[in-house]
Design a protein around this ligand. Structure first.
Ligand SMILES: NC(=O)c1ccc[n+]([C@@H]2O[C@H](COP(=O)([O-])OP(=O)(O)OC[C@H]3O[C@@H](n4cnc5c(N)ncnc54)[C@H](O)[C@@H]3O)[C@@H](O)[C@H]2O)c1
Length: 323
């Protein structure tokens, strides 16, 4: 089968990660271009791959004729760029959050439904091997009925206050939409659809959006989730804990091992191995294989809309609770 021609739009931090991830699959694709309104950024990211850099997205799409692109720009640009990509029937791996609102996300999904090309939202944690391992433990019934899930993604995000991440118009909000979007996706994957949300947000930095957020959720399977994110706490922490009636499991992103779990009667933790590719490389592979086969991605448009509905509900709850 012919290799897919792939390009990246937005040559910042995650744009570089997408380039690296595609480059890990030379048998499936070839990188053909990078676009960024900051041409120096585009050139810097394109140089290691010896591919052309463009300051204009349309010019790159015209010149490179890619089969697939990654959209790695701030969220405000996801919709206009995605509509242009869909109009050209090009497959798209669009970074999280899908967009700033449910309405924008629905517009992206509608554009791809009309154009017919593959659309995948970049919920990368679905491809994190320890998350998959816990999914398997849950599906096999080893942990019993899942009761509670705790998650925290906390770190000190030094550029938060001085970048688009705290510009509500560009980002659609603060840490809740940016970082807690991952937590919501992971929770839905492990516990089922969210049916109830209660949220609290706070701001410590001199910015107009929240830099810390905690939400309580409940799922259709009666699993309770406590999901927490902060940009202002100094010790980086990225952890998910899952408790069931027959055991518990921990995903600790700081370790190099897979998930560890302990079942009823176990005196020791069982530690799963983890020596495969990282989540970004596996996400790229999944996208490329869907584009080749025409198969619907796991993190498709409906998933993006569902996650954004929870985000909007969480903001409604947080603003209500602030009153
Ligand atoms: N999956 C993850 O773990 C993860 C991690 C970080 C960021 N992200 C997401 O990726 C996206 C980008 O984040 P980032 O950290 O790379 O930001 P960034 O600021 O490092 O890079 C964004 C780039 O987009 C460029 N850009 C802005 N407008 C553009 C336009 N109209 N056309 C082309 N390029 C344009 C900017 O010049 C910049 O170089 C966001 O949606 C963010 O939430 C995801």
């Amino acid at each position: 089968m012919a290799k897919l021609r792939v390009a990246v739009i937005g040559a910042g931090g995650i744009g570089g990660t997408h380039l690296r991830a595609y480059a890990a699959w030379p048998e499936l694709c070839e990188l053909v271009g990078v676009a960024d309104i900051d041409i120096e950024m585009a050139r810097a990211k394109a140089a290691p791959y010896a591919i052309p850099a463009y300051a204009d997205v349309q010019a790159m799409l015209d010149a490179c004729q890619p089969d697939g692109v990654s959209i790695c720009t701030p969220p405000k640009l996801h919709l206009p760029i995605a509509v242009e990509v869909a109009r050209r029937h090009i497959a798209c791996l669009c970074e999280k959050p899908p967009a700033r609102t449910v309405a924008e996300t629905e517009a992206i999904v509608a554009a791809f439904a009309e154009g017919g090309a593959v659309l995948q939202f970049a919920f990368c944690h679905r491809f994190h091997e320890p998350v998959r391992q816990v999914q398997e433990l849950i599906s096999a019934g080893k942990l019993g009925k899942i009761v509670q899930i705790y998650n925290r993604f906390g770190f000190r995000f030094d550029r938060a206050a001085t970048s688009w991440f705290t510009d509500g118009d560009m980002a659609g909000g603060g840490v809740l939409i940016d970082t807690l979007v991952h937590s919501i996706d992971i929770f839905r994957v492990l516990a089922g659809e969210v049916t109830g949300v209660n949220a609290a947000i706070s701001t410590t930095l001199p910015v107009a959006v929240e830099d810390s957020a905690s939400i309580q959720v409940v799922s259709e399977r009666s699993v309770i989730g406590s999901l927490n994110c902060s940009w202002v706490t100094p010790v980086s922490e990225a952890e998910i804990r899952i408790w069931g009636t027959e055991g518990e499991a921990i995903i600790d992103y700081a370790t190099t091992t897979g998930a560890r779990y302990r079942l009823v009667g176990d005196s020791e933790w069982t530690v799963s191995p983890f020596d495969g590719p990282d989540r970004f490389v596996l996400q790229a592979e999944s996208f490329l294989r869907c584009v080749q086969s025409g198969q619907q991605p796991n993190a498709d448009g409906r998933e993006g809309i569902a996650v954004m509905r929870v985000i909007e509900e969480a903001y409604r709850s947080a603003f209500h609770n602030e009153k």
